[in-house]
Write a protein that binds this ligand. Structure first.
Ligand SMILES: Nc1ncnc2c1ncn2[C@@H]1O[C@H](COP(=O)(O)OP(=O)(O)OP(=O)(O)O)[C@@H](O)[C@H]1O
Length: 236
């Protein structure tokens, strides 16, 4: 579904992604783990077209997307749930969901098509509070809103950047359940996480990143059994 091949991304002269290669198969959740500064957000931004790679290729459903502007990448069906949620503070919950969806909604055969009703069915609390301002929600509810807002663009692929950040343990568990539900609808997911346990719970495959490269990959079970990798690269 999504493939990165020898991707190199820079901020000015800082060489951040140093030949990054991996794949996310259709309908799977792949988690990208690593310490602060490993390059996880830069990976998401490279895919989404926010910090385009200087070298290497990114292909989505067999077509190259590196070099396209971010709005075109979004229209191809790649949704972004950004780090820090980025809820629009001056809009209601309903407006947060509907405003960004306007022009970019696409229907694709074989994939669930999302609208306000189906997002509210997934997150009933958003319907209950639809006229509240987005910032009046708890952190966990704001995360639901950020995910719902991405779904309103009808993606087939979702990039999630640290959805557990700042959430209480019970909400982190809920985020894991949401990710599993999204996968059941046929979505493919790249999940960037600091939370080792959420990543192992929700993902089919885990990639460990260090200094802009993938240094280990395997199943959650293999990572849970590998204390050396946990200790060396994840500080668990
Ligand atoms: N806008 C920027 N300009 C210059 N350097 C940056 C910028 N954004 C990130 N970096 C640097 O790029 C490196 C990778 O950052 P990135 O945010 O991708 O890491 P991360 O793995 O997502 O970490 P975190 O969990 O802290 O967000 C870091 O050394 C960071 O300081």
């Amino acid at each position: 579904m999504l493939k990165l091949d020898e991707v190199h991304t820079y901020y000015g002269n800082s060489h951040i992604l140093q030949g990054l290669s991996f794949e996310v198969p259709q309908g799977k959740c792949v988690a990208l783990l690593g310490r602060n500064g490993a390059g996880k957000t830069t990976t998401i931004h490279s895919i989404a077209g926010l910090t385009p790679p200087r070298k290497g290729t990114i292909t989505y459903r067999g077509k190259p997307v590196s070099g396209l502007p971010s709005y075109k990448i979004a229209r191809l069906g790649i949704g972004l749930v950004p780090q820090g949620r980025r809820i629009f503070p001056s809009l209601t919950i309903r407006e947060n969901l509907t405003v960004p969806a306007k022009d970019s909604r696409q229907k694709d055969k074989g994939h669930k098509s999302w609208d306000l009703e189906s997002v509210y069915a997934l997150f009933p609390v958003l319907r209950e509070r639809e006229h509240n301002m987005g910032t009046q929600l708890s952190g966990g509810q704001q995360q639901m809103l950020a995910i719902g807002r991405a779904l309103m663009t009808n993606p087939q692929f979702i990039l999630m950047d640290e959805p557990s950040e700042g959430l209480a343990p019970v909400m982190i568990e809920q985020v894991g359940d949401i990710i599993k539900k999204l996968k059941e609808t046929g979505l493919s997911i790249l999940l960037v996480e600091q939370n080792f346990y959420l990543a192992c719970d929700a993902a089919d495959e885990v990639l460990v990143m260090n200094k802009g490269q993938i240094v280990w990959k395997g199943t959650p079970g293999e990572l849970l059994a590998n204390e050396d990798i946990q200790h060396q690269y994840l500080g668990v």
